[in-house]
Design a protein around this ligand. Structure first.
Ligand code: ZN
Length: 104
């Protein structure tokens, strides 16, 4: 569980945070205020996902010379990237008050 930056209650689950992006907010169940994640760190944590997806698309597609297999490779890349991104997201992306986390 993750602490709310407003009321410090542990009101957010692992999966709630995984689905939260810098453009989304979640409402705290105990104080009803919104929380978000900082833009920079959320994107940093998502890097393995993109790298693996692109690598799957290029290298697997190249090796088999087929667009269909390239697409399958991208899906495999996303799956592998998710495995890397999820713990990273858990470790380096804190929940923040939307005002302080937004880059304007
Ligand atoms: Zn709260």
């Amino acid at each position: 569980m993750y602490e709310c930056p407003w009321c410090t209650q542990k009101s957010f689950s692992f999966w709630q945070k995984q689905t939260l992006g810098p453009n989304r907010t979640l409402r705290c169940t105990s104080c009803t205020r919104h929380v978000s994640v900082p833009w920079g760190r959320a994107h940093l944590a998502a890097i393995p996902l993109f790298v693996c997806a692109v690598a799957g698309l290029w290298f697997i597609g190249d090796a088999f010379n087929s667009k269909l297999i390239a697409l399958a490779g991208a899906f495999v890349g996303v799956a592998v990237g998710m495995v890397l991104t999820m713990p990273l997201y858990h470790a380096i992306v804190p929940l923040v008050k939307p005002e302080s986390g937004a880059r304007r």
